[in-house]
Design a protein around this ligand. Structure first.
Ligand code: AMP
Length: 509
């Protein structure tokens, strides 16, 4: 027998087995009226009511529904209400500016656009056939509780979500994740992390980022509880862990640094000591940070490695029994590797040192970009753009980034996009954008600029120019003026030479 794997499976199990349980605690402090607390029966009804609303609006199966929102119960429900009945959810990075979001809405061909109230004004110019501001008023239209949704013939190869991610092209690419990708990622992630019905999961990770790495599905399927967090703040994270008995959270190293800072001023015992497991990805956290998580916070540290294109789980490093007797620093050193391939994933390193992967979590392709898709999946392996090695225990170690991407605070920044923006300034003759180390964000964006003959412009003016056109986290935090930039004989920028002086202390860039 073959029964299609779809995201509805996670919701259906939660409503069937844990219907009376509180499934979602919404963020109390948000501009829309918070939902909830929602039992899984409520979540199931809301998701079905959302599907019925899409029927009523004429948004057919396979059509795209874009949503731009910080973490919120309405976004969490949409992961099921939209994808679970055959539409494709496009969760958009809410930190992008209006122009960038307009591109994604248009490129994905979204019929419906759902916007958080706080972003409404900023996104006035961004439109779709149906546009709604999330909140009590639009709930009437977006959840049709009086109607049964039209049944969707489940198809595991249908696209569940399109997640736009910045990469090596100036514009972000839309990663098409199928129901099968999402299902298997959530199942393996949930299994290897030991997600169970006692888990209380705090959403420190933005849900738009690779569907919150798939935890919304895994936690729902097991009947765990979701605690929605809208804004990341170290002390607030500790407070919510205390208040709700949180057992698991995920984040980029930046989030962890915020928690470690807040922990210094926290009166009394650190909440979640001996109970919380924190999963980190996006960049390799320093060994010292890992050690501090385990000793100062008393939380279990887990590292994963992957990309939006891989749903994302490719490797996991979770302390195995053999590490039990090691001292804290030795244990931390072992946990600093990206990890061993997860169940069903094959990883290898090619002759140029690039990490390649195969498995059922790897995307169907980039939306409407067949050439980029072919390039990424060339030879039947997914090309990660990351440089690394595989050690004698078969653990992957990420040591380098081959693609021209900067990762600041866990979010990808395309160097080319920032360079294009600086080039559009009349005073700029040449530019190279690189990532340089930053204590808070891991990496920060730096521009090296050669001015046009006779032109004058200040660092501040160039940064302001970028801030008009790009999301703020993508803008350079510093600009250095140069007489020339290192190039190859054929005129190509030698980024590794430009970057090297800034990375003398770090093994990884
Ligand atoms: P994204 O698609 O935005 O999730 O970004 C994926 C990229 O983040 C990867 O290609 C890596 O460059 C980086 N990354 C993710 N996890 C890790 C990790 N554990 N160690 C090093 N780099 C990582």
């Amino acid at each position: 027998m073959r029964v299609p794997l779809t995201v509805r499976d996670f919701l259906d199990r939660a409503t069937l087995v844990y219907g009376d349980r509180c499934g979602i605690v919404d963020e109390p402090d948000q501009p829309a009226q918070p939902l909830g607390p929602l039992t899984y029966r409520d979540v199931g009804k809301l998701a079905a009511a959302q599907a019925a609303a899409l029927d009523a609006l004429g948004v057919g199966f396979g059509e795209r529904v874009a949503i731009v929102s910080p973490n919120a119960a309405r976004l969490l429900v949409a992961l099921f209400g939209v994808s679970g009945w055959g539409r494709i959810l496009v969760p958009v990075n809410f930190r992008l500016n209006a122009e960038e979001i307009a591109y994604i809405v248009e490129h994905s061909g979204a019929t419906a656009l759902l916007v958080d109230p706080e972003l409404d004004e900023h996104l006035q110019g961004v439109d779709a056939q149906h546009r709604f501001v999330l909140g009590a008023d639009s709930d009437e239209v977006l959840y049709r509780r009086d109607a049964e949704p039209r049944p969707w013939e489940p198809d595991e190869d249908a696209t569940a979500t399109i997640n736009y991610t910045s990469g090596t092209t100036a514009r972000p690419k839309g990663v098409q994740l199928t129901h099968r990708n999402v299902w298997l990622n959530a199942a393996v992630f949930g299994w290897q992390l030991g997600v169970n019905d006692r888990d209380v999961y705090l959403h420190t990770l933005p849900m738009f980022h690779c569907n919150g790495w798939g935890m919304p599905y895994a936690v729902t399927g097991m009947g765990g509880r979701h605690i929605v967090l809208r804004k990341v703040d170290g002390a607030e994270i500790l407070r919510r862990i205390d208040e709700h008995g949180v057992t698991a959270l995920n984040g980029a190293p930046t989030v962890i640094n915020m928690v470690l800072d807040a922990a210094r001023d926290w009166p009394g015992d650190i909440p979640g000591r001996g109970r919380v497991r924190v999963t980190v990805a996006g960049a390799p956290p320093p060994t010292q940070t890992i050690e501090r998580i385990e000793t100062e916070l008393g939380w279990e540290f887990v590292q994963i490695y992957g990309l939006t294109e891989t749903a994302p789980l490719l490797t996991m490093n979770r302390a195995r029994a053999e590490l039990d007797d090691l001292g804290p620093s030795e244990r931390a050193a072992r946990l600093s590797r990206a990890g061993a391939p997860t169940l069903g994933v094959r990883v290898c390193v090619d002759d140029e040192g690039e990490v390649l992967a195969r498995g059922n979590v790897i995307m169907d392709g980039y939306w409407a970009q067949p050439e980029e898709t072919a390039r990424a999946l060339d030879g039947g392996w997914f090309h990660t753009g990351d440089g690394g090695t595989i050690d004698d225990e078969n653990y992957v170690v990420i040591s380098d980034r081959k693609k021209d991407v900067i990762i600041s605070g866990g979010e990808n920044v395309s160097s080319i996009e920032v360079e294009d923006c600086l080039f559009s300034h009349a005073a700029v003759a040449e530019v190279a954008v690189i990532g340089v180390p930053d204590e808070r964000w891991g990496e920060t964006v730096k521009a090296l600029v050669v001015l046009a003959d006779g032109a004058t412009v200040t660092e501040g003016e160039l940064i302001d120019h970028c801030r008009v056109h790009l999301a703020h986290y993508k803008c350079p935090t510093s600009v250095e003026f140069r007489d020339e930039l290192a190039r190859t004989a054929t005129g190509k920028l030698q980024k590794f030479k430009l970057r090297a002086p800034y990375w003398t202390e770090q093994a990884v860039r």
